[in-house]
Write a protein of this length. Structure first.
Length: 163
């Protein structure tokens, strides 16, 4: 099955998880980029991100270089921002049809997973959405519990989808 991992990341955790999934499933990768970059200053970036999440803002994203329509299975990853997905991922989910695709959402967080996966599921109309993966990071390192969850989840995906 042709597989794509699409992700948004402003730090290292979500990108690390995406690249790890891509390696595990021999998948192509696509990083979501916003047209306007976030401030480099972490405090300013967090303040802007919080305002965007709270207002439901969907920033303009750059066109994808890979067409999701060309893939059978698509992993979609996001960091957790104020208990939900990053606004750039919301933009993607509202602008690209994933109908008829098998989609596997994943998120990274630092202690509060929030409602990211259910929020993503609501936006993935017409897609066959597999259970989501929640990965907790301790700083820049995957927590031991999430390391186990990653292994168990990828084994379940292989068993259910890549039979």
């Amino acid at each position: 099955m042709k597989t794509l991992v699409i992700y948004y990341s402003t730090g290292s955790s979500t990108e690390e998880a995406a690249l790890r999934l891509a390696k595990e499933f021999s998948a192509d990768t696509e990083k979501i980029s916003t047209v306007e970059e976030y401030p480099k200053d972490n405090e300013a970036m967090l303040a802007q991100a919080q305002k965007e999440v709270e207002s439901g803002y969907t920033p303009e994203i750059k066109p994808l270089s890979k067409n999701p329509a060309d893939y059978d299975v698509i992993f979609i990853g996001t960091p957790t921002w104020w208990y939900t997905m990053a606004p750039a991922v919301l933009t993607l989910l509202r602008s690209v049809s994933f109908a008829g695709k098998t989609v596997l959402p994943f998120q990274t967080h630092v202690g509060q997973p929030g409602h990211v996966i259910p929020d993503m599921r609501k936006e993935l109309k017409g897609a066959m959405v597999f259970s989501g993966l929640r990965l907790e990071y301790d700083g820049n390192k995957l927590s031991p519990r999430s390391e186990t969850e990653f292994t168990e989840w990828t084994a379940a995906v292989k068993k259910e989808i890549y039979k």
